[in-house]
Unconditional design. Sequence first.
Length: 546
Amino acid sequence: MNLGNKVVYQIYPKSFQDTNSDGIGDLKGIIKHLDYLEELGVDYIWITPFYVSPQNDNGYDIADYRNIDPMYGTMEDFDLLVKEAAKRNIYLMMDMVFNHCSTRHEWFQKALKGDPYYRDFFIFKKGKNGLPPTNWESNFGGDAWSYLPETDEYYLHLFHVTQADLNWDNPNVRQACYDIVNFWIDKGVKGFRFDVINLISKTGVYEDDLTGNGKKYYTDGPRIHEYLQELNRNTFGRYDDIITVGEMSSTTLENSIRYSNPASHELSMIFSFHHLRIDYPSGNKWEIQPFRFHDLKKNLFTWQREMEKGGGWNALFWYNHDQPRIVSRIGDEGKYRLESAKMLATTIHGLKGTPYIYQGEEIGMTNAGFTDISQYRDIESLNYYNLMRRKGKPEEEIYESLRRKSRDNSRTPMQWDDSENAGFSDVQPWISVIPNYKEINTLDRESDNSIFNYYKELIRLRKTVPVIADGTFEALLEDDDRILAYKRTNSTQELYVFCNYFPEEAKVALSIPADCRCILSNYNEEIQPGDLTLRPYEAIMFLRDL
């Protein structure tokens, strides 16, 4: 399968389209907009979890991996979605959460009742001196261990207290997960995204981390490649038409090459997040700093070069349901919203890898701009607010961090039109619609200059210009203070990409070959090769036939 000409569209179903007037998106809402996705030109839709769940982490706390949560619909709705999507040559990518499950899952409930078979599905440890077994921190804040008075033990949860970590050293756990994947393959699913999958192999060392928060004891663990190869052999690896992607938390380049190199027989590609730490160098996501342009270039270029050299494959993306909207984060959500949104898209869609588009990205949706804690729904954001209040941090500083960094920024309802609730629902949605929906919605795709049509053209080019799908990567102008540029090359073509990341003009210190032709401009103009000066947030693609 040629991964280079495929494009994936991510749907957060809770916020995509409500069809039954409960304020929550559903599977029928996805079916309703399949024509829209076909028009855009995507090949797969990755849908975040819609399984039975208490919704403490918006579905990533799964209580039943084989059934649809009634809030999203029925299995009949799902079967219809698979069928209708396939008619449009679109296939489903399911989200598999196998590092942990909900404490409401029958596995954990049986473990609590003392069933020895299911106790070994989880990680239970005795405390020490009246304290948890280790000082590890949850990724959502607080301790990574919770106490069970009935057994005088703690269980490990690297995320929310209701998300108990699974014990992958137990072969019965691994087989149970393989059975789940095969269940959905039998349903016609052609793609899988594996949530924080590189955390499943713990080192087996449960002791205090004196220099960090515990991540070194469970990130890219000692048996992770063994487990992924076994997963591959027992499930999707038996098919030629299934793609997979692993979300890799705090991973390394070396491991990412192994995860995604076809010779390793693990995954098709990986999500790495290093390029999204450009505005919090200390690793504290809530820290507010200007984004560091040179760090962004260095990171993107390094991962392009090294993954190519090692035979790995990148999933290309700016954000998903866990990050703020990119046009608000490093673009310009005001005067240059159209130009900066298109420029950022150009950067990603010209690179080597498989591009991912998050719902609303293709119309330039912005951060939410919430001003009161009552508007927030994300458990991580609520935990941060409460923790900072207890520490005495000024409330306005807390809100500024939330406005910039909260995961809820990307979880507001999809802005379909300018009617009430942005066409998402005819009742009050589960989370507020952004007031700018009157101006930012899918109706403007009728305009030739729309962000939607620009994304549509980027996807068309990836499928029709071979060098975008299979060309090698070469960084250009690496020391330039304003311009991100690179070159892609195959045996018959060269592609030049130039992106100005700032609201001032920037001169290109490189002459473009005279026989290049402009194939894309975010200013909707045909630019002539030669000496160039890029306008604010300008992006240009040139193609040269060899």
